[in-house]
Design a protein around this ligand. Structure first.
Ligand code: VGL
Ligand code: ZN
Length: 207
């Protein structure tokens, strides 16, 4: 059994061009991720999965605009357009994402008052999603992370994977970012500091 897993982060309609919280070029990485996934026997797909009226939505805070921040009980929270509401088409995976052998679909962000960029720890920084246990109980010690958005869910997931003692690579060209007020450069720096190896697809794909 392989000791490494591919974590495919939030490849959902709402993060694709035309979606509610579009990430530029999000659709351009679908084919690459499908191909990358064929090289892994362990694949986890994450799915941003919010309640209607979620606390991370600007629409839940009268007088606030999208991309402003709000003081949540756990610290500053960016306010987003309504996106990835549980059960909606926007929350569904991109129709061309084709990874039937994925062993786990991990949903996150479904507690009404707490966001979760990370697939490991919610934004309160204490509530675990259970992914650390799932990986540990399967003997997985190394993860490769890709998807959207590099500067939010991918970056936080990669850094938290390091926190849980895993060896981590982030595939930069199999990920796309939002880049809100320098967030992309900040995310790269945080990943560097955390010991995430930032790699390109060419370093991973066996041809
Ligand atoms: C994400 C903002 C809000 C992401 C999710 O997948 O990076 N970003 N919710
Ligand atoms: Zn979200």
């Amino acid at each position: 059994m392989s000791n490494r897993a591919l974590l495919v982060v939030d490849m959902q309609n709402d993060f694709m061009p035309g979606g509610a919280l579009a990430v530029a070029g999000g659709h351009d990485i679908v084919a690459t991720i499908n191909k990358l996934a064929t090289q892994f026997s362990n694949v986890v797909l994450t799915q941003d999965w919010h309640t209607p009226g979620h606390a991370s939505f600007a629409s839940s805070h009268p007088g606030k605009d999208v991309y402003e921040t709000f003081d949540a009980f756990y610290g500053p929270q960016v306010l987003w357009p309504d996106h990835c509401v549980m059960g909606t088409e926007g929350a569904a995976f991109h129709p061309d994402l084709d990874i039937p052998h994925a062993g786990l679909v991990l949903r996150k962000g479904y507690h009404p008052a707490v966001d979760s960029y990370s697939a490991f720890l919610e934004a309160d920084r204490t509530t675990r999603t259970g992914l650390d246990g799932w990986l540990a109980s399967r003997g997985i010690t190394e993860v490769v992370v890709c998807g959207v958005a590099t500067d939010f869910c991918v970056g936080w997931t990669a850094c938290d994977a390091r926190h849980f003692g895993l060896t981590v690579s982030m595939v930069d060209d199999a990920s796309r970012g939002i880049d809100l007020d320098g967030s992309l450069a900040r995310a790269h720096r945080n990943m560097d500091i955390a010991g995430v190896d930032i790699v390109t697809i060419g370093q991973l794909l066996v041809v």
